[in-house]
Design a protein around this ligand. Structure first.
Ligand SMILES: *Cc1c(COP(=O)(O)O)cnc(C)c1O
Length: 452
């Protein structure tokens, strides 16, 4: 399998050559030249690791130890059950697909646990080291740290805004004692953290000297890993061949739902792919009107992992619709005017969910089914139910555990979710964090001293 840029201006590359890269040299994102074909009958009965290997070997055909990496990743020890992503029927045809049973209780673990092992293996073969630099407002940073802790040849420098994350989120990151994990609490906002990452990356000489890399949501391996659970959920919800299902996906950077789009391109019989936005509804506006208008900044909400001002993976979807030539033009328009237009209709439908909607949905699910869901999952359910007719099977993706968002759960239910045993006393564990001014020179000094 070879990978090309969404803007058409970079040499085709093998998977192992794009794995550690961020953007392509022309500023685009890598996409595969074609999509492998699904074998629905052959895949239906496979266990999660077997299914993952069948799907991923089509995208990662130059990773010789892929099978052992996949088998080491998708285990009961890491994801809590042999199903890895268990499907729960709330009533006939209305399902939750549990994607948040990994080490940090958010769906990002499904892809990042694989990515950590892929990075380690490819770096070892290339006899290279990598220093991952990232900024987080919560879920991504902790999922990345838990995926990369203790891995050979990798250091992680993760910036977070001091005092702006929940005590639980802070503890998930700062309690890691691994020598290769460096938590840097920046005196500033999440935007300041992102600006610092940009400033370091803009210094090409520094970046090359210290082998600076990233694990952001545009990494193709993350998309590919997420394709697997769409098939898994489909097989679990359709007892025999031939059925169709719809998926509802709480969306931010468009990585999760884009994986569903890829699954459909491979042959998954999807009826509707339903995108849920929160108050930051850039994507909902696009799918309703055809105008993609990015914002200056995102508005903080109670489903914070969907707070975006633009959606980084969206360019891949537009590439599939309109091709590289058009992507180049549209992103020039976007840089100049902050928006572009594409004519509807699209093969994704969408809706918007607000704070009041998610609180009401959390309450309704608890009263109706005795099930607690987190605010992001609630956004997906609210919008999903608006788009399916009676008797039409719906799978709502559960993207985080409610315990991570205890405050909103308390507002909705007057009580807090139970905590999984492994997380008892998390906030009381010793923490390792370096507090730093929002100063690029100081950050570079720190990296230079601690990089390997
Ligand atoms: C990251 C995240 C999302 C959004 O996923 P995208 O791939 O960015 O669209 C939704 N819910 C939770 C809990 C997340 O962590």
């Amino acid at each position: 399998m070879r990978y090309v840029s969404t803007r058409g201006g970079a040499q085709p590359q093998k998977f192992s050559d794009i794995l550690l890269e961020g953007l392509a040299s022309d500023g685009g994102l890598y996409v595969p030249e074609s999509f492998p074909k699904a074998d629905l009958a052959g895949w239906r009965k496979l266990s999660y690791p077997d299914l993952a290997f069948a799907i991923l070997s089509g995208f990662m055909d130059d990773v010789p130890d892929l099978e052992s990496i996949v088998r080491a990743t998708y285990t009961r020890e890491i994801f809590g059950s042999d199903d890895i992503t268990p499907l729960q029927a709330l009533e006939p045809g209305f399902h939750l697909l549990g994607l948040s049973n990994g080490p940090t209780l958010a769906f990002k673990d499904v892809a990042l646990q694989l990515l950590g092992r892929l990075f380690e293996s490819v770096l070892e073969k290339q006899k290279r080291n990598l220093n991952i630099l990232g900024a987080t407002s919560g879920d991504t940073g902790s999922a990345a740290e838990h995926a990369l802790r203790g891995r050979r040849g990798i250091n992680v420098f993760m910036l977070s805004p001091q005092g702006r994350m929940s005590a639980f989120q802070r503890a998930q990151m700062y309690s890691l004692q691994d020598a290769n994990i460096h938590n840097l609490a920046i005196k500033g906002t999440f935007d300041d953290c992102q600006d610092l990452v940009k400033a370091v990356n803009a210094d090409a000489a520094f970046k090359a000297r210290h082998r600076i890399g990233a694990v952001n949501s545009i990494n193709w391996a993350r998309v590919a890993a997420q394709v697997v659970y769409y098939f898994k959920g489909y097989f679990a919800a359709t007892p025999s061949e031939g059925g169709q299902v719809s998926f509802a996906v709480p969306s931010g950077n468009f990585g999760n739902i884009y994986a569903g789009h890829v699954a459909r391109a491979m042959g998954l019989p999807l009826r509707r792919l339903i995108l849920a936005s929160n108050e930051n509804d850039v994507l909902d506006q696009f799918f309703k009107t055809g105008t993609y208008r990015i914002r200056k900044s995102a508005q903080p909400t109670s489903s914070p992992s969907m707070d975006i001002s633009k959606a980084s993976n969206f360019e891949r979807y537009v590439h599939g619709l309109a091709g590289a030539e058009r992507v180049r033009q549209l992103w020039q328009e976007l840089d100049a005017a902050g928006e572009f237009r594409l004519p509807p209709p699209f093969d994704i439908v969408s809706g918007r969910s607000t704070h009041a909607d998610r609180v009401a949905t959390i309450r309704w699910l608890y009263e109706q089914f005795g099930v607690m869901v987190d605010p992001h999952t609630a956004d997906g359910i609210k919008v999903g139910l608006e788009h399916v007719g009676p008797g039409e099977p719906l799978i709502c993706l559960e993207t985080a555990q409610p315990v991570k968002f205890a405050e909103t759960l308390h507002e909705a239910l007057g009580r807090e979710p139970a905590r999984p045993a492994a997380f008892e006393g998390l906030e009381q564990r010793p923490q390792r964090v370096e507090v730093m001014d929002a100063d690029a020179a100081a950050l570079k000094r720190y990296i230079a001293e601690h990089a390997q």
